[in-house]
Design a protein around this ligand. Structure first.
Ligand SMILES: Cc1ncc(COP(=O)(O)O)c(C=O)c1O
Length: 398
């Protein structure tokens, strides 16, 4: 049988996630990977999870192992109703809050409910490519909104909203993946005004704001326009990504549709993990443990910023994030970071070439994403030194 003949038309728009392919290559022994987008294994609170698993079974018994409501395990939703307002999210209640299987599945469900083929989505360029893969299966078209070092430019967004019908805007306003950039407070307020003025929805994807190493916390855009924002976050970076737990606050009628869409996908998110997360929040373990994660990552970011300043050749610029997991590096025009990637991998260092974060792969040829959370400060320094030497050699060869 030719399986190709059986596939749906939709599959033409679905592509393997390039970073996941790169991650397979860089798993080789001895490779220093600045390519991943994953938390350091030593950030996981293994002892707490062991204790909480016992507590969960004592407190909830079989209910922690049973089928449950699509909207989420009630004790977790109650705990999030206390926690999310501390992150500045408003309107968090049982009609607006859903638990999904990681924020990746939130993006898929949003797409399922909102995108009709041909709808236009406004995105930052570059953008989180996992979002683009979630959207692609539902066959939208894209318009990119110009960005600078402070994130998306509201004037550019307004130009697009004036001239085009946009189904939704997708933004990662805080410590963006891939650039590490953060949208300023003024811009957040302006974006919220534009959402209201043009009556358009925003998907605010916020996996990283809890990982702040310096500077002041900023409110989510959702706070300024809750009727126009679907706010999505996750336990992946503050507890464990393997638990696959995302949480989402949306205007009530939309939250209901997301739950209906989820019924057809997986009925509900796994109960045991939700119960562990409920006690992690309720027992104050997140408050205790988050500073450990921040203390682990802060020196890694500092080491990367110092190493870039010390070693990179003329013509390179980079973002200066105050948190998150990534930093964005741009080389001189004409540099091809795909070629640089091959050379660096041969010398034992991997990163992700920047063009894969654009929906058509044709832009950002001279850019790259560097992850700083996976290796120690000393190894970060060594890796950036190798990257800088390789970049210098590549530029001379060109
Ligand atoms: C911006 C962004 N959104 C969503 C996700 C998906 O996270 P998860 O499904 O683990 O919650 C990631 C993961 O790295 C991300 O960077």
């Amino acid at each position: 049988m030719r399986i190709e003949d059986k596939l749906s038309a939709r599959t033409q728009f679905m592509h393997a996630n390039v970073t996941r392919e790169i991650l397979k290559v860089v798993g080789q022994p001895g490779m220093i990977s600045l390519a991943g987008g994953i938390p350091a294994p030593e950030s996981f609170p293994i002892d707490i999870i062991r204790d909480l698993t016992n507590e969960v079974l004592d407190e909830f018994g079989p209910a922690a192992l049973q089928y449950d409501q699509t909207e989420g395990f009630t004790p977790l939703r109650m705990a999030l109703m206390d926690y999310m307002p501390t992150r500045g999210v408003v309107n968090v209640n049982l009609d607006t809050l859903n638990i999904f299987s990681g924020s990746q599945s939130t993006l898929d469900l949003i797409s399922k409910v909102l995108i009709t083929p041909g709808d236009t989505i406004a995105i930052e360029a570059p953008s989180y490519l996992g979002a683009i893969s979630a959207f692609n299966a539902y066959q939208p078209t894209y318009v990119s909104i110009a960005t600078d070092e402070n994130g998306m430019i509201p004037e550019a967004l307004e130009e697009t909203l004036k001239t085009q019908t946009i189904k939704f805007i997708y933004l990662v306003p805080t410590f963006q993946n891939p650039t590490g950039r953060t949208l300023s407070l003024e811009r957040r307020k302006r974006v919220a005004e534009l959402l209201q003025q043009y009556d358009v929805l925003l998907v605010e994807d916020d996996p990283y704001s809890a990982l702040r190493y310096s500077g002041e916390a900023l409110p989510p855009i959702q706070q300024f326009a809750p009727d126009h924002v679907i706010y999505s976050s996750t336990f992946s970076k503050i507890l464990s990504p393997g638990l696959r737990l995302g949480f989402c606050v949306a205007p009530a009628p939309l939250a209901r549709w997301l739950a209906i869409a989820k019924q057809g996908s997986d009925l509900h998110t796994q109960t045991l993990g939700q119960a562990i997360a409920a006690l992690y929040l309720r027992g104050g373990y997140l408050t205790d443990h988050l500073p450990n994660i921040i203390a682990l990552y802060r020196p890694r970011l500092e080491s990367m910023l110092n190493a870039l300043a010390n070693y990179m050749p003329e013509g390179f610029t980079w973002s200066h994030p105050e948190g998150g997991m990534f930093l964005w590096l741009a080389g001189p025009e004409g540099l091809d970071t795909d070629v640089l990637y091959q050379e660096c991998v041969a010398r034992g260092v991997a990163f992700v070439p920047g063009r894969y974060f654009y929906y058509d792969y044709s832009q950002g040829l001279n850019t790259m994403r560097l992850n700083f959370t996976m290796v120690s400060p000393a190894v970060v320094d060594k890796a950036v030194k190798i990257l800088a030497e390789t970049a210098q050699d590549t530029l001379i060869t060109d």
